[in-house]
Design a protein around this ligand. Structure first.
Ligand SMILES: [Zn+2]
Length: 242
């Protein structure tokens, strides 16, 4: 049980902070709580929605809510949003333009991150099996965790990137240091130059397989680097005794 379930609504209306996490009975947050700046309602198994009236919210944690299907587009003052492990959540509203930190990992229905979230510094979107790309407009990113996203083909540069086990961003793979800058350069070129013609092509598996084929530009560079490094690793010849 939480305060929403036990206290009269009149005593809650003035609150700017409320935590009702892990309440087994909570189904909705009362829309009258318009003064809330911080709301923590994580791990509520029956919670189905967040009211669109909570426009003063700057921090919201509604993670681990199995029935929650959306975040209201009206919460434009949010700077921190944690909505991880929400199996029914299908999108992050593009109107949340003040977000600085977004933790939306383990959301199996999430396909994209809005390109309007230009103030994002921390983005934690790992373990999102449908996520296809992270927009290049997120130029302030410092911390990007996007590992275990098998469909991810495009990410912006960031101070620190964790993208293990993403097939097209193989940080664990040998060629990571040469792959990533090249991929980013290519994407930038296609975005600015041949946008209309190649926008769709650049993201396809076929294109990436072609560019990194052993006989193409990407693959050749990787082979050269491997040869160079293998050459350095070769043990020194034993001096003849004699
Ligand atoms: Zn409750």
């Amino acid at each position: 049980m939480c305060r929403i379930c036990t206290d009269p609504i009149e005593s809650l209306i003035g609150l700017t902070y409320l935590s009702c996490s892990r309440c087994p009975n909570l189904v909705t947050i009362p829309p009258e709580l318009v003064n809330l700046a911080m709301l923590y309602c994580m791990g509520c198994p029956l919670l189905v929605s967040i009211p669109a009236t909570l426009v003063k919210l700057t921090r919201l944690n509604c993670s681990l809510c199995p029935l929650l299907a959306s975040i209201p587009a009206t919460l434009a003052n949010l700077t921190t949003l944690h909505c991880y492990t929400c199996p029914r959540l299908a999108c992050i509203p593009p109107t949340l333009v003040r977000l600085v930190e977004l933790r939306c990992y383990e959301c199996p229905l999430l396909v994209s991150i809005p390109d309007t979230l230009v103030d994002l510094i921390g983005l934690y979107c790992h373990d999102c099996p449908r996520l296809v790309s992270i927009p290049g407009t997120l130029t302030r990113l410092d911390n990007l965790h996007c590992y275990d996203c098998p469909r991810l083909t495009s990410i912006p540069s960031a101070g620190s990137i964790a993208c293990n086990r993403c097939p097209w961003l193989p940080r664990n793979a040998y060629a990571y240091p040469t792959h990533l800058p090249r991929l980013l350069r290519l994407q930038r070129w296609f975005r600015t130059g041949k946008k209309q013609t190649f926008k769709r092509v650049i993201r396809t598996r076929a294109f990436n397989e072609w560019i990194f084929h052993p006989d193409r530009i990407g693959g050749k560079a990787v082979k050269r680097q491997m040869e160079a490094e293998l050459g350095q690793m070769r043990p020194e010849k034993k001096q003849r005794v004699g």
